[in-house]
Write a protein that binds this ligand. Structure first.
Ligand code: C2E
Ligand code: MG
Ligand code: MG
Length: 731
């Protein structure tokens, strides 16, 4: 490199930068030298230097031993002369924003160490603030003959435009151009850095994964520019809610990530998550139209749920998956059970493929009853899986697994063909309802399958009712309209299942040719309660369906008080345990063959709200002794614990809820082997109807505590442990 060569010569040039005084560089006044050859050499060198300075590629500088500028080329900056005498570090500084990793060591440090400086990018702040320049600075210390340090001599080069371009490039590489949030690359680097910094001290770092619900629908119906605008508005809202508590990135599509360094309170994290979901779910104004989306959120906390980026992201993803499956619009914390569930899902997915071939799957049929004369008017086909090792697996578990792997297409086709074959034996007045997954609905071969199932069985199309959920509307609108039209063309009936469970936009009813609404059973579950709100909603849905010329079936009626409410509110058809559960085909055929289409309601007179009894083994620590007990009841503020005899009221205990969750508690009730405890700090929501402690013992401390407990003598046992038996032991 030319500059380097000159620099070498420069460092040797005796006429330059004499210690402490301003150097005079002038070809017109060469110092008289004895050796003519040396003289001509010096003159030549000086001429080169002069031309070099004047050309403006680079300029020269030198300092004295105190670091004050003793020389600077006149062309370096407009008022170069005024800089002489000022300390070098007062006019230049290392740029903290320099994207070049190499410049980590500050200039000040290098100068005081008298080390060689090579192409260090510095920001020149000597003259005006407006005219910030960047220089690449090189220099070499020089010494007096006795070896003492005498200062620096060097060159510098203006790299401002180069530097600005580089910085912009690196910004582009770190930012998402659509939303201005950080991009995946930057989030990855940040997370690695934060985790590495926190690892030695065990500090916590939260990670949130956010996924928008129904974004695709906006994109499909309103167009991509509208989708982009929506993402920008989502980003703005996220910035507002999160503020400086975390760093937000968009990973691509409608996937966002938030890093929350130094966050370990799950109560606060849950509040923030709920607020994010609430904010993102508010309507958006886009191109004069209104769009509504939702959001699901998964949360993992390092180091508990993973202490590497990969592990933490996997945990947060799993929590997000669970949040989406839990009905969307929810947040979920990662728990180790989710991991077990994930293993389970993989195993079940594998078994399911064989289940069909091994005939472990069956269709059961649940009657739909007209309530003014208790006559069966139809049956809904419901899939049952009797797993050879695990027993009955509910469809709510295996259907989503099958949907994920697309295996539902085969499974659903089988169900449709089988159900049509079964139903053709029944009296003509009895209809058949078959559930159709959205995945199946969107499959190109779907219409052909329906046609074939009808033809092969000979079932009249008007007797077949396909049950769809509103999820179908999240698919491409054109495709959905086409499939609806084709189905109507075949003459089959269409029912909208679980109406009222999700968003239940009325627009769906306007745009699709449904013959029936199935009122979601969540309204029935609470319809007999005093406030009557659910009862009123049931009448409103029935009224709406009537007005649109649709039938209704009310699902999930179990008790007489519910049946009465449904009757009063205008319900005509009911499907629920009060009439019958789903039954095997032999039983259906037996009933149908006898010609008896009546079923008398039979059930409890009043519906009892199910109390979720818990049966969970917990540890109870008192006076360094650990007892095993069973938790029966859990609320935010306390729990009922069975299995310890003779614990006085007022005793302080620590309840170990597992996974580092320790709840400091005090005994408030004690009767025989049953105690009631109150938590010092109330528990917080885990986002899915469960509870968890705000803080956890870190895995490091947990491991240390376990090791210590193993080697230390056991604390004194003061209470007697008694065995507790439970009907359902979930371990
Ligand atoms: P769904 O279509 O809404 O079916 C009604 C569910 O409510 C059935 O649950 C039924 O057993 C249950 N149920 C009926 N009466 C009562 C009651 O009085 N009380 C209570 N608590 N529950 C009642 P099941 O059989 O567990 O099925 C759950 C869901 O799985 C179905 O909901 C449906 O979405 C899906 N599913 C079942 N079979 C199939 C199938 O063949 N294909 C597809 N794609 N989905 C299916
Ligand atoms: Mg159904
Ligand atoms: Mg339903």
């Amino acid at each position: 490199m030319v500059v380097r060569g000159i620099f070498k010569g420069l460092a040797r040039a005796p006429s330059l930068g004499r210690n402490g005084e301003k150097a005079q560089l002038s070809a017109a006044a060469p110092a008289p030298l004895a050796d003519p050859f040396a003289n001509s050499d010096a003159v030549a060198r000086q001429a080169v230097l002069d031309e070099f300075e004047q050309a403006g590629f680079s300029w020269l500088w030198s300092t004295d031993r105190e670091g004050r500028l003793s020389y600077i080329s006149p062309g370096a900056t407009v008022d170069a002369a005024t800089l002489v005498g000022k300390s070098l570090t007062s006019v230049i500084e290392t740029d903290p924003e320099n994207p070049d990793e190499r410049s980590g060591r500050p200039l000040r440090f290098q100068l005081s160490a008298h080390s060689r400086i090579s192409d260090l990018i510095i920001r020149f702040t000597g003259t005006s603030v407006e005219d910030v320049r960047w220089w690449a600075l090189s220099g070499q210390p020089h010494s007096l003959p006795d070896g003492t340090f005498a200062g620096y001599r060097g060159i510098a080069r203006d790299v401002t435009s180069e530097y600005r371009r580089k910085r912009e490039d690196s910004r582009a590489a770190e930012f998402d151009s659509l939303t201005g949030l950080f991009n995946r690359h930057r989030m990855t680097r940040r997370m690695d850095a934060v985790l590495a910094a926190f690892r030695p001290t065990g500090q916590c770092c939260g990670l949130m994964m956010l996924d928008l619900d129904r974004f695709k629908q906006v994109n499909d119906t309103m167009g991509h520019p509208a989708g982009d605008e929506l993402l920008r508005q989502v980003a703005d809202r996220l910035r507002t809610v999160v503020g400086d508590r975390g760093e937000i990135g968009r990973l691509g599509g409608d996937e966002f990530q938030i890093i929350l360094p130094n966050f370990d309170d799950r109560g606060q994290m849950g509040e923030l998550a709920a607020k994010i979901i609430q904010m993102v779910s508010q309507p958006y104004a886009i191109e004069g139209k209104r769009a509504v989306i939702g959001a699901s959120l998964g949360i993992a906390v390092a180091p508990h749920d993973g202490d590497t980026r990969e592990a933490l992201v996997a945990s947060a993803d799993l929590a997000l998956y669970a949040a989406k499956n839990g009905g969307r619009g929810q947040f979920r914390f990662f728990t180790s059970e989710l991991q077990d569930e994930a293993f389970e899902r993989t195993a079940l997915n594998h078994d399911l493929r064989e289940a069909l071939a091994r005939e472990e799957l069956e269709l059961h049929y649940q009657p739909v009853v007209r309530i003014d004369d208790n006559t069966v008017v139809g049956f809904e086909a419901l899939m049952r899986w009797n797993h050879p090792e695990r027993g009955e697996i509910p469809p709510a578990v295996f259907i989503p697994i099958a949907e994920e792997s697309n295996f539902i297409v085969q499974l659903g086709d089988w169900a449709l063909r089988q159900a049509c074959k079964d139903a053709v034996q029944w009296p003509e007045s009895v209809r058949l309802g078959v559930n159709i997954s959205t995945v199946q609905f969107a499959n190109p071969g779907f219409i052909a399958t329906v046609k074939e199932a009808l033809e092969a069985s000979g079932l009249e199309p008007r007797r077949l009712e396909l049950e769809l959920t509103e999820n179908v509307f999240m698919r491409d609108k054109e495709m959905v309209d086409e499939v609806f039209a084709a189905l109507k063309g075949l003459g089959v009936r269409l029912a909208l299942d679980d109406f009222g469970r999700g968003y239940s936009s009325l627009r769906y009813l306007q745009s699709a040719p449904f013959d029936k609404l199935k009122v979601d059973r969540s309204f029935v579950a609470t319809c007999a309660s005093d406030d009557q709100n659910s009862a009123k909603i049931i009448s409103a849905i029935i009224g709406l369906a009537d007005a649109l010329g649709m039938e209704t079936t009310v699902e999930g009626v179990e008790a007489f008080d519910q049946l009465e409410v449904v009757r009063q509110r205008g319900g005509k058809m009911v499907q629920g345990h009060i009439f019958a559960n789903a039954m095997p085909i032999d039983e259906v055929n037996h009933r149908m063959a006898s010609g008896d289409l009546k079923i008398e309601p039979n059930g409890p007179s009043r519906h009892r709200i199910e109390r979720r009894a818990v049966f969970r083994r917990v540890g109870v620590i008192h006076d360094d002794h650990r007892y095993e007990a069973v938790m029966r009841d859990l609320s935010r503020v306390g729990a009922r614990i069975d299995g310890l005899l003779g614990v006085p009221v007022g005793t302080k205990l620590v309840v170990d809820l597992g996974g580092g969750q320790l709840a400091v508690s005090v005994v408030t009730r004690s009767k025989g082997p049953v105690i009631g405890v109150e938590f010092e700090t109330p528990l917080t929501s885990d986002g899915s109807g469960g509870l968890c402690t705000r803080h956890r013992l870190s895995p490091l401390m947990l491991a240390a505590a376990t090791a210590a407990a193993a080697s230390a003598p056991k604390g004194r046992q003061q209470f007697m442990e008694v065995a507790v038996r439970g009907s359902r032991d979930h371990g």
